[in-house]
Design a protein around this ligand. Structure first.
Ligand code: COA
Length: 259
């Protein structure tokens, strides 16, 4: 399907989604949100895709939500905008296959929040992370006030949110905001190798692992353990589990089919 602002390339079961609005540093307008929603809806059930990489064209990953669009909204409109954007990023976070952000440049505001909604973040030395909404008289509205504290801790998250200042890739890595550091020239290959490495594991196990982490994260320990046990148990009825364990015992690589 052709998209106006996304380039989608699929190779070796890895889909790379490149946000392509470089003249506006890939700022997320309403159309980009719609297109992200469409493409991630399609990925969820596309068995030919094992993992997804999200990146940006040009010198930015995403420099935020489109400030011109934001400025045109009243209070009710902003609340709707926030809820709609949150739903799209929730879809990314809940995709039943790994999503890797390859952060090539500015990941500010909604761009930082997009990276936070991905499961794993790889960053080049040009990456800059920040939630500068307070400088606009706003707060992060696409999950940033919730995902960032859960990822790096409340104190460090509040410092980023209240200062609006950017942190570079090395600092973001030290904070635990970035999983893997790369360079501009190796970013795609590093993200691809992370994607290929996870995509060779059982698709059903990937899906249930993501579900277990997401669903269990904010529950009390006993409830969260029950979620894990239920999902762990559900894999006992799958061919992938029979194949994975049999392959280990036979000392051969597993051939997962996602059944
Ligand atoms: N929304 C809309 N347009 C944006 C944008 C955003 N979030 N971020 C950048 N742009 C546009 C600029 O308006 C400019 O457009 P123009 O050439 O038509 O004037 C173009 O992208 C290039 O940006 P520019 O500011 O000229 O680049 P820079 O290198 O001087 O600065 C940034 C880069 C990222 C520091 C700066 O663009 C910026 O602060 N952007 C906004 C970040 C932000 O507040 N994000 C949160 C939004 S809620």
């Amino acid at each position: 399907m052709p998209y106006e602002f996304l380039n989608v390339d699929v190779k070796d079961r890895i889909a790379t989604v490149t946000i392509t609005r470089p003249d506006k540093l890939n700022a997320l307008n309403a159309r980009i949100f719609e297109e992200l929603d469409q493409v991630f809806t399609a990925f969820a059930t596309d068995r030919s895709i094992g993992a997804v990489i999200v990146t940006g064209a040009g010198r930015a990953f995403v420099a935020g939500a489109d400030i011109a669009e934001i400025a045109a909204h009243d209070a009710a409109g902003l609340a709707r905008l926030s809820a709609a954007g949150q739903a799209v990023f929730m879809k990314i976070e809940r995709l039943p296959k790994p999503v890797i952000a390859a952060v090539n440049g500015f990941a500010l505001g909604g761009g930082c929040e997009l990276a936070l909604a991905c499961h794993i973040r790889v960053a080049s030395e040009h990456a800059k992370f920040g939630l500068p909404e307070v400088k606009l008289g706003l707060i992060p509205g696409y999950g940033g006030t919730q995902r960032l504290p859960r990822l790096i801790g409340k104190g460090r998250a509040l410092q980023m949110i209240l200062s609006g200042e950017q942190v570079d890739a090395a600092e973001a890595h030290r904070m635990g905001l970035v999983n893997v550091l790369a360079t501009a020239s190796t970013l795609h290959d590093v993200a691809l190798s992370v994607a290929l490495q996870v995509a060779k594991n059982g698709p059903l196990a990937m899906a249930r692992a993501i579900e277990s982490v997401n669903d269990g994260f904010d529950r009390l320990a006993d409830d969260a353990m029950a979620v894990e046990a239920r999902l762990f148990g559900s894999l006992g009825a799958t061919r992938d589990m029979a194949e994975g364990t049999a392959a280990f015992l036979a000392k051969r690589p597993a051939q997962f089919t996602g059944e």
